[in-house]
Design a protein around this ligand. Structure first.
Ligand code: SAM
Length: 321
């Protein structure tokens, strides 16, 4: 794969739009450059970040049931993964499918070219017989373009609670893209982090080692590096919040003082009042009834909800009606 860097124009444009908004905001997809990918791998291994361990447990213990239907059809299929990342958990499914000797092509889609290169390299070593076609693209654009093989059934993976990184309206819009991008009988496996003790959730985004803080700060460093800006990261505080009503965990970077930040590539100076914030990320937690509602919006039938032993996380299998 020829990984391209993030399109400079759209990064600059999104930063300009976000910092000119009230309140200020930056899209979380830009967390993931080569440094952000590594920081996210460290986050996944943190004791507070239960999400990865719980989803790993589900896939490890229940992969046979999860893949039962796709195997029973005994037809070549496309395995499309939206926001594949390093594929650490997906490899449980890939190994099992390979052992079953079924014919399929794996299409990992990710916005980050560096993580796709890493994934392609590790799969070439660990599962050399696998047919892998990486796609550097966004969730929405890949679902619009559908470059995967026509006429085959699709199993679309959208794991890692990736849909939780969207607010309610945007999540519905992504589900609509899934509705349009699938045909009758296609399966979708989505990972959702479930509502639980608010402290457990908040701790996952406020780890003691400060890796999540660094992950957020990398966004300012990245703007400095790529867009010739002068953010002083030490004058910003990382501030995660959790609202148990909406289920929304939100992360902010708060300016501790009145300051000006100049972004050379935009030829613009942005004014920050003391304690003005930049909204950087949402990680929404769901109830099972909210998940079923999303399924119905997309024209999907809920086949089964696979949960971990503590009921922290759900991988839900939907079929297009
Ligand atoms: C939270 S990580 C999860 C990775 C993996 N699914 C897992 O569970 O470990 C999200 C991944 O999605 C990618 N990503 C984030 N926003 C995206 C978008 N809008 N379109 C495509 N990929 C995106 C990131 O680069 C990152 O690799």
């Amino acid at each position: 794969m020829n990984a391209k860097n993030t399109d400079f124009g759209s990064f600059a444009q999104d930063v300009m739009l976000g910092l000119n908004s009230t309140p200020k905001t930056l899209p979380s997809k830009y967390f993931y450059d080569a440094k952000g990918d590594k920081l996210f791998q460290q986050i996944m291994a943190l004791p507070e970040y239960y999400l990865t361990r719980k989803e790993y447990e589900i896939l490890e213990l229940q992969h046979e049931q999860i893949l039962e239907q796709v195997l029973a059809s005994n037809q070549p299929f496309n395995l499309v993964e939206l926001g594949a990342g390093d594929g650490m958990k997906t490899k449980i499914l890939l190994r099992y499918l390979t052992e079953q000797k079924v014919e399929f092509t794996y299409y990992p889609v990710d916005f980050s070219g560096s993580v796709l290169e890493e994934l392609e390299g590790s799969l070439a070593k660990e599962l050399p017989q696998l047919v892998v076609k990486p796609l550097q693209d966004t969730y929405r654009d890949s679902l619009k373009k559908q470059v995967w093989e026509d006429g085959r059934p699709n199993l679309i993976l959208f794991m890692g609670a990736n849909l939780g990184n969207f607010g309610v309206d945007e999540a519905k819009n992504i589900i609509d893209h899934l509705r349009v991008g699938t045909k009758r009988g296609d399966l979708v496996l989505l990972g959702f982090d479930l509502k639980k003790n608010p402290q457990t959730i908040l701790n996952a985004y406020h780890d003691e080692q400060g890796v999540t803080r660094e992950f957020n700060m990398n966004l300012l460093d990245r703007i400095n590096r790529e867009l010739d800006a002068d953010f002083d990261r030490d004058s910003f505080v990382h501030w995660p919040t959790y609202d148990p009503v909406s289920g929304e965990c939100r992360s902010y970077l708060v300016s501790e003082k009145t300051q000006d930040v100049t972004i050379g590539a935009l030829n613009q100076t942005f004014k920050f009042e003391a304690f003005e914030s930049i909204f950087t990320e949402i990680s929404k937690k769901y109830s099972l009834s909210e998940i079923s509602y999303l399924a119905s919006l997309g024209g999907f039938e809920v086949k089964e909800n696979f949960m971990d032993s503590e009921g922290y996380f759900a991988d839900v299998l939907w079929e297009k009606k």
